[in-house]
Write a protein that binds this ligand. Structure first.
Ligand SMILES: [Zn+2]
Length: 111
């Protein structure tokens, strides 16, 4: 007996293999349920564990983190955590292009 979607309350949840990605890198397909109405997908807790394990394997886990902006002269400085710098192979002194993307997003593009 399929369950109702907890998000829209209308659709029925159907079992499906769901492709997941993190930071644009494919993590593979995981067991989950997809709503027939709104299309929202829900992973089982086993799948969540498997996804986490795969993300850790690929060195993606924990790359998103909160950092504080600090003042330096008239500019503001954002620190890039060591793990993220290693992952992206960013070095001190390297040039990046910084630009806004939508209202609350900042993009750093590596050359
Ligand atoms: Zn739904």
């Amino acid at each position: 007996m399929p369950g109702k979607c907890p998000l829209c309350g209308k659709g029925e949840l159907r079992h499906k293999k769901i492709s997941e990605e993190m930071f644009g890198v494919s993590l593979g397909k995981f067991d989950g349920e997809v709503c027939s109405e709104c299309g929202e997908s829900f992973l089982s807790s086993d799948s969540m564990d498997a996804l986490e394990a795969r993300a850790k394997e690929l060195g993606l886990w924990g790359l998103a983190s909160k950092v504080k902006i600090v003042k330096s002269g008239n500019s503001l400085v954002v620190r890039i955590p060591a793990a993220l710098a290693r992952y992206l192979k960013v070095k001190s002194g390297q040039e990046v292009t910084v630009s806004p993307d939508r209202e609350k997003r900042l993009v750093l593009e590596l050359a």
